[in-house]
Ligand binder design. Structure first.
Ligand code: HEC
Ligand code: HEC
Length: 138
């Protein structure tokens, strides 16, 4: 029993020692802060951002900080809803956004798709931390 405890403690101690050696993408020391990219503004991209695969949630090609999403209002739906999209010249939310988990079409937005920015990310003009040669499916 006591031996087992000692072995377990040794294992924990060893694994933290190993973790301390992990190198951060930001640099060689875990306690250094990443440099703040000079240009930290959300970018507006006319015409939208190309998807990497068909069912990807498209990335948001505009600023989002002014649009609140809470229990009472969904700022995104001011432009992206069935009733407003034509006037605002915005793409309408996908049909899938009205579907519940059993595949039934609802009259209003499904709660599964309420928090837009959970899936749709706005973009900063920041350089990636490491090079990446991923290519989307065409
Ligand atoms: C004032 C109107 C307006 C509001 C509010 C708005 N959008 Fe948009 N959105 C647009 C317009 C217009 C476009 C099309 C831009 C273009 O293609 O040039 C767009 C494009 C998008 C796209 C890209 C769709 C695609 O198929 O490429 C996504 C995703 C999106 N918006 C998400 C959001 C989210 C999430 C919010 C809330 C945080 C939001 N929008 C709030 C007007 C709006
Ligand atoms: C759980 C993830 C998720 C959430 C939450 C979500 N979306 Fe989407 N969205 C997707 C996916 C995946 C697609 C692409 C496939 C599709 O249309 O279902 C998409 C597509 C879109 C499109 C493009 C539609 C088209 O026909 O090209 C717009 C615009 C959009 N979403 C806006 C929104 C807005 C606004 C909200 C919040 C009210 C929202 N989405 C919430 C996953 C999500």
């Amino acid at each position: 029993m006591a031996l087992k405890t000692i072995a377990a403690l040794a294992a924990i101690f060893l694994s933290t020692a190993v973790l301390a050696d992990v190198q951060s993408l930001r640099g060689d020391k875990l306690d250094t802060m990443a440099k703040k990219p000079a240009n930290m503004k959300i970018v507006n991209i006319k015409g939208g951002i190309e998807r990497s695969f068909k069912l990807q949630p498209p990335m948001v090609p505009h600023e989002v900080d002014k649009y609140e999403i809470n229990l009472k209002i969904n700022g995104c739906m001011k432009c992206h809803s069935e009733d407003t999209y034509e006037k605002e010249k915005a793409p309408k939310v996908g049909e899938s956004h009205y579907m519940d988990r059993d595949g039934k079409m609802l009259k209003s937005l499904s709660s599964r798709r309420y928090f837009c920015t959970q899936c749709h990310a706005a973009q900063m003009g920041a350089d990636p931390l490491v090079q990446n040669n991923f290519q989307g499916a065409k």
